[in-house]
Ligand binder design. Sequence first.
Ligand code: RNT
Ligand code: ZN
Length: 418
Amino acid sequence: MSTPAYALAREAYASFGIDTEQVLATLAATPISLHCWQGDDVGGFERAGATLEGGGIQATGNYPGKARTLAELRQDLDTALSLIPGKHRLNLHAIYGDFGGKKVERNAIGPEHFQSWIDWAKSRGLGLDFNPTCFSHPLANDGFTLSHRDAAVRQFWIEHAIACRRIGAAMGQALGTPTVTNVWIPDGHKDLPADRKGPRERLAASLDAVFKEPIDERIHRDAVECKLFGIGSESYVVGSHEFYLGYAVTRKKTLCLDMGHFHPTESVADKVSSVLQYVPYLLLHVSRGVRWDSDHVVLLDDPTRALFEELVRGGFLPRTAIGLDYFDASINRVAAWVLGTRNALKCLLLALLEPSARLRELEAAGDHTGRLVLLEELKTLPFAAVWDEHCRRQNAPGDRAWLPTVQRYEREHLAQRK
Ligand code: RNT
Ligand code: ZN
């Protein structure tokens, strides 16, 4: 039974022409892809106890209880998913395969190493997304992979990425929902390069080799992720925004925009309607950079709200895959997943509750005063009652009710991992 608070909220939004029932249906039908790497600080399971090395990304913090095995990671994910309303997806990196304790080179991985993930996802009704892992590897240690000057090193990473596309396709085929396989590479220079052109020519050629085999878009999509700079690639990143925008436009690929991958004063929200003029499909890495690409937990904050507003206002949800990308090792990792995902969903809900037709009317009439006043006054509408109703209908705990479950899980399980 809906609460009286929801009934009042429903009326309040109806007076702005918003049907909260329709909004809740859209919210329930929009999956968020949870990033597996929040559970173990991007370590993976190629070797026991592996940690993130190199690659220009860094997890900081040493909060106890990170997942050390596939079983632990799955148990943590099950706990997190039980506290998030709706049906979602899981985004895996290649280093999270089920390698059975054996060393499998990255260019030799196949769908068989992800069969247990496919079975796990199927039994929970989740879709899967995927990523080649072009870091934390001896052949990535000098900071270059697909754009490496050595053809043999490039070839190794091309083979890895091809293997990953096949794995992604097998996942999409098995689960009946297209897998997005996203290519991000760390390639770049710490200090001023003499040759900016060569690595970009080589990256374009490598990517063309990776994507040569056509795969049905109904089971699989290729995405490429741009970046402004990273740790150790401060002066030059081969796969810059311009590089990948051009690549995605000319090759009709999905472009991945990570919220931490631009100058801190740039608005990623503002890019959505530009890039979707030209690229067929968008992948978002919803994240939060604090002063740099620090990958803090997603908040219900203005940049994230603006991003989701753009998706809704432009009617872009059907052309966008929403993924999370942050890794905070300084707090309870399960709580980090739950909080960030719930916040992303709240930002989406707020965007869906916006009377965008009315705002557009005001704008078309030149009433910019009315537009600003309405935008501000929308902030105090009873959004929380709609969110609570969503949690209730999806059998997930409401705010203030989920953290005790995580705390108990921490005491009973995470704290035992020494
Ligand atoms: C790195 C990129 C990339 C990674 C993941 C682990 O800057 O954001 O998406 O975070 O692939
Ligand atoms: Zn990212």
